[in-house]
Design a binder for this molecule. Structure first.
Ligand code: ADP
Ligand code: MG
Length: 549
C-alpha cells in the first residue's frame, strides 16, 4: 500500500490517460465476451430448431458482427492508451531519478556503487512504473471482468455460478502463499545483478590496464563468479515458479475441466439447455483465466514494490541546492579573501584535517604542498562545500555555510585533480565552464590553458567516453581551460601541471601569474617544485595540520 501511495502522484500527473487505459479495456472486454457468449447461445438454440435456414444464421451473424467489432475496437483503444500511460510514467520516474542523481550532495551519492546506480536506473525504474499501470490494471481488470462473468453465469445457473466463484477463490489463495518467497528471491536476483554491473563497469574502466597487466583472466573470473551467482538466484526463482505452475496454475486449469462436464451432466438431466452449457463454458474459461491474472497481479505488485523501495533512497535524496539555499545570504561581498578558521574534516573515523587555519588575500597565490593523502584535495572539497567539515570557512568575511551554494560556486572556479571529461567535443567540454561564453572567449581560454588554438578539427571532433581519445596532458588542459573560462574572484588549481611538459607548464604558470595581477585569490596545489616560484606563500599540509614555510 505504501508503494501505491508514493506512486499516486504519477497517476495524478496523467489521470485522464490512466482512467481511460485502466477502465475502458475492462468494461469493453467484459461486454465483448458476454455478448459473444450470448450470440453463441443463440446459434446453438437455432441449431436445435428444425426450421432454421442458412439465411437466418447469416442474418444474425451480420447483425451482431458490427457490435462485436465495435466493442473489441474500444477495448483495444483502451489498451493503447494504457501503454501510453505506462510509457509516460516510466519517463517521469526516470526524469525524477536523474534529477536526484545530479542534484544530490556528493557525499550522499558516493554511498552508492556504480552497479547500484546503474541497475536501479536500468531495471528498477522500469519495474516500479508497473505498479501504477500493470499492477493496478491486473487487479481492476479481472475484478470488473470477473464480476461481469460471475453475474452472467449466476443468472444462467445459480449452482454453477457459485461453484465457479469458489474455485476462483482457491486459485487466488494458492497464489498468495507464494508471494513472500517470490519477493525474497527477486531481491536476491537484483542484488546479484548489481554486483554483475559493478564488475563489468570496473572492467570497462580498466580496459587499458587489464591488457597491459594481462589481467584478463582475473577479471574474467570475477565477472564469471558474479554471473554464476546471478544464475543460481535465477535458478531458484525458476524452481519456485515451477512449483507455482504445478499447484495454483494446475488448479485453475482443473476448474475449467470440472465445470463444463458438470454443466453437461446437468444438461443431460434436463436442468440446463445445451445452449446454456456453451454460454457457461465460454464464460467459465475466461473467468478462471482472469482469476489467475488477478492473483499474479498481487505477486507482481510485491516484486515491483521491491524495486520502488530500491529507487526511493536515491529519489528521496534532497537536492543540495534546496537543502541549503533557503534563507541564505545573497549579498555579494566587495573583497574576496578566503579564510579557513579551525577547519576539521574526517571521512568516517579517519581524521584528515585538524584545526586548519590560514587566509588567502586577493591578488595572492598560495602554494599548497604535502604528501599524497595528506588532505590537500580535502581542503578544496571543504571550500567548495562538497564534504562535511567543522570550523569556519569564510569568503569575503561571510561564512560559506551561510552563502547560497548557487552563489558560492559562482565565486570559485576549480580545476580538480581528477578532471571530468564528458563524451562530446573539446569545444563543448570547455564551454561547460560558462555556458554564456562567446566562441572567442572559449578559444582564448583554450589558448591560456596551452591548448593549440584554432585547430578547428581538434576542438570539434568527438573525443569519446571520458575523453579517451585525448592524451592525459590534453585532458588536463581541457579541464584547465574550462576553469579559466570563468571570470571569478577565487581560482583553485589542483595539480594543474602534473601531466604537462615544461613548455605547457610555463604557459599555464604565466596565466596564473596574470590572474594574480588581476587581484584574484589563487590556491595552487602542487607536487612540482618548478611551479612554486610563482606563489607568494607556501603552506605545507602534514598530519592534518597546516604550517607555513
Ligand atoms: P591529497 O589530495 O593530499 O593527496 P586527499 O585530500 O585526497 O589527499 O585525501 C586525504 C585522505 O582522505 C586520504 O588518506 C584518502 O585516503 C582519504 N579520502 C579522500 N577521499 C575520501 C573519501 N571520499 N572517503 C574516504 N576517505 C577519503
Ligand atoms: Mg589530491
Amino acid at each position: 500500500m505504501k508503494a501505491l501511495f508514493s506512486m499516486k502522484r504519477y497517476i495524478s500527473r496523467n489521470w485522464k490517460l490512466w482512467c481511460c487505459g485502466i477502465f475502458l479495456p475492462a468494461f469493453f472486454s467484459t461486454a465483448t465476451n458476454i455478448y459473444f457468449a450470448g450470440r453463441l447461445q443463440n446459434y446453438v438454440m437455432m441449431l436445435t430448431q428444425p426450421r432454421t435456414s442458412f439465411q437466418d444464421i447469416v442474418r444474425i451473424l451480420l447483425l451482431s458482427l458490427p457490435v462485436l467489432l465495435l466493442l473489441s475496437w474500444i477495448d483495444n483503444a483502451g489498451l493503447c492508451v494504457f501503454s501510453l500511460f505506462l510509457a509516460s510514467t516510466e519517463n517521469d520516474l526516470r526524469n525524477d531519478f536523474y534529477k536526484s542523481l545530479v542534484q544530490a550532495p556528493l557525499k550522499n551519492l558516493q554511498k552508492f556503487s556504480q552497479g547500484q546506480l546503474l541497475t536501479r536506473y536500468n531495471t528498477d525504474i522500469e519495474q516500479s512504473a508497473q505498479i501504477v499501470s500493470y499492477d493496478i490494471f491486473g487487479v481492476i481488470y479481472p475484478l470488473v471482468v470477473g464480476t461481469g462473468y460471475t453475474a452472467a453465469v449466476l443468472l444462467a445457473d445459480l449452482r454453477i455460478g457459485f461453484l465457479m466463484f469458489l474455485l476462483g477463490a482457491v486459485v487466488i489463495l494458492l497464489n498468495f502463499l507464494f508471494m513472500r518467497r517470490i519477493k525474497r528471491i527477486r531481491l536476491e536476483i537484483l542484488q546479484a545483478k548489481e554486483s554483475c554491473t559493478s564488475n563489468c563497469s570496473d572492467a570497462i574502466k580498466g580496459k587499458m590496464s587489464i591488457r597491459q597487466y594481462s589481467a584478463q583472466n582475473r577479471m574474467y573470473n570475477k565477472i564469471e563468479e558474479a554471473a554464476e551467482q546471478l544464475y543460481r538466484k535465477e535458478y531458484s526463482a525458476v524452481r519456485l515458479e515451477t512449483w507455482k505452475l504445478l499447484t495454483s496454475d494446475a488448479a485453475a486449469n482443473v476448474c475449467i475441466y470440472l465445470l463444463t462436464p458438470l454443466a453437461c451432466v446437468m444438461a443431460s438431466r434436463g436442468y440446463l439447455s445445451v445452449a446454456v452449457v456453451l454460454f457457461i463454458h465460454q464464460l467459465c474459461r475466461c473467468f478462471i483465466m482472469y482469476t489467475q491474472n488477478f492473483a499474479v497481479a498481487f505477486i507482481r505488485y510485491g516484486e515491483h514494490s521491491l524495486s520502488l523501495e530500491r529507487i526511493c533512497p536515491i529519489m528521496s535524496l534532497k537536492s543540495e541546492l534546496t537543502e541549503r539555499d533557503d534563507n541564505k545570504c545573497e549579498k555579494v561581498p566587495e573583497n574576496f579573501d578566503v579564510t579557513f578558521e579551525n577547519v576539521c574534516a574526517a571521512y568516517g573515523s579517519h581524521q584528515v584535517l585538524n584545526h586548519v587555519s590560514f587566509t588567502v588575500s586577493p591578488g595572492e597565490c598560495i602554494g599548497i604542498i604535502g604528501e599524497s593523502g595528506s588532505g590537500k584535495s580535502t581542503l578544496i572539497k571543504a571550500l567548495m562545500q562538497l564534504t562535511d567539515y567543522q570550523g569556519n570557512i569564510l569568503i569575503g568575511g561571510e561564512n560559506c555555510k551561510n552563502i547560497s551554494l548557487h552563489l558560492l560556486r559562482k565565486y570559485i572556479s576549480c580545476s580538480p585533480e581528477h578532471n571530468d571529461i564528458f563524451s562530446t567535443t573539446v569545444y563543448d567540454n570547455i564551454r561547460y565552464g560558462n555556458l554564456n561564453a562567446t566562441e572567442s572567449e572559449i578559444y582564448s581560454a583554450a589558448e591560456m590553458a596551452g591548448l593549440p588554438a584554432y585547430r578547428e578539427d581538434f576542438f570539434r571532433r568527438n573525443i569519446g567516453e571520458n575523453g579517451d581519445q585525448l592524451s592525459g596532458g590534453q585532458r588536463q588542459r581541457v579541464s584547465l581551460a574550462r576553469a579559466l573560462l570563468r571570470d571569478v574572484p577565487v581560482y583553485i588549481f589542483d595539480e594543474p601541471t602534473a601531466a604537462l611538459d615544461a613548455d605547457s607548464e610555463s604557459k599555464i604558470l604565466n596565466t596564473i601569474s596574470k590572474l594574480k595581477q588581476e587581484g584574484k585569490c589563487i590556491l595552487l596545489i602542487t607536487h612540482k617544485a618548478s611551479t612554486l616560484h610563482i606563489t607568494d606563500r607556501i603552506l605545507r599540509v602534514e598530519d592534518g595540520n597546516v604550517c607555513q614555510l
